[in-house]
Design a binder for this molecule. Sequence first.
Ligand code: ADP
Ligand code: MG
Length: 334
Amino acid sequence: MKLSDIGEFGFIERFATNFDHMIADADMGIGDDCAILSVNESENNVVTTDLLIEDVHFLKNRISAEELGYKSLAVNLSDIAAMGARPLFSFLSLGIPKSTEVEYLDAFMEGYKQLSEKYRVPLMGGDTTKSVDRLVISVTVVGQCRKSEMRLRSMAETGDLICVSGNLGDSAGGLQVLLDKLELNTGNKDLIRRHHCPEPRIHEGMWLAQQDNVHAMMDISDGISSDLKHILKASRKSAEIHLEQLPTSQRLQEASSKYNWSIYDLATGGGEDYELLFTMNASDFERLNREFENRFSRPVHAFGKIVEGKPVITWYKEGVEMNPDTAGFDHFAK
Ligand code: ADP
Ligand code: MG
């Protein structure tokens, strides 16, 4: 059997529960955006780690060194945000081909530092080693959260609205602009920026986690068609999604009609938007949205509902059930 037969998540499932007997009841290991380590009665630490490999996650001649440094930390901070936690510090390990210019590495560290400073998350350690021919970047971030404000993938409740903290598909659109070497007009440049410099929704995550009526939460790294299934599996629920209610930016709508992209494919399967996907009590949506908009100058968007049933998504477009090809990103899928 090849890894491509079972995929990334099939592989993780093969060993994920084998360590449970060594994990204390108050802690939690594999399965959410971060691991949870109980500190005391009221506080948890959370830990996340992500790997970025040249030619798999980024093309060295397309993203600047500074942007790459920024993005390496941003994707980890996004997992901290997904728990409703505050990031505390980071560790950075690098595998570097010998021929790499020091100026390139300095610029990488400058981008990493810029985002570290924005959220006051100091780099506290790491490892540096030789790599044969590709740059390898591994970042680990530790965060902190009140136990009462922890938001897990398993917390979705029947009847919840399914919501997102911002537009979907911009990052996938930016990648498409790069891959197809399209013109660099203002709109396309904005899409590329969303792909290279995603904003981790740290303040939004902490605020959402303080709202009692917000239940499950995670960040969108692989696209909602894949990521929402993690919430459904962990919460043992089903979902109904209305495609026309998915929030997309003006610039993505314009590029999609110009280049004949399927905007729904980008919004559901593209990935790397690093917005927060969350479920909440429907009756509190208007108040929450008003206060969110006052605070963050943009609304949240509801586009579906959690229902009883198997962990599958039923897609609707203008009320008609349909089946878009939106598998989401799995590193080893065929
Ligand atoms: P995310 O996209 O939020 O970073 P992933 O989808 O990469 O999360 O991972 C899902 C879960 O599986 C996480 O809890 C992660 O810590 C765990 N995981 C992934 N790969 C491994 C591995 N090689 N060993 C242990 N746990 C892993
Ligand atoms: Mg995540």
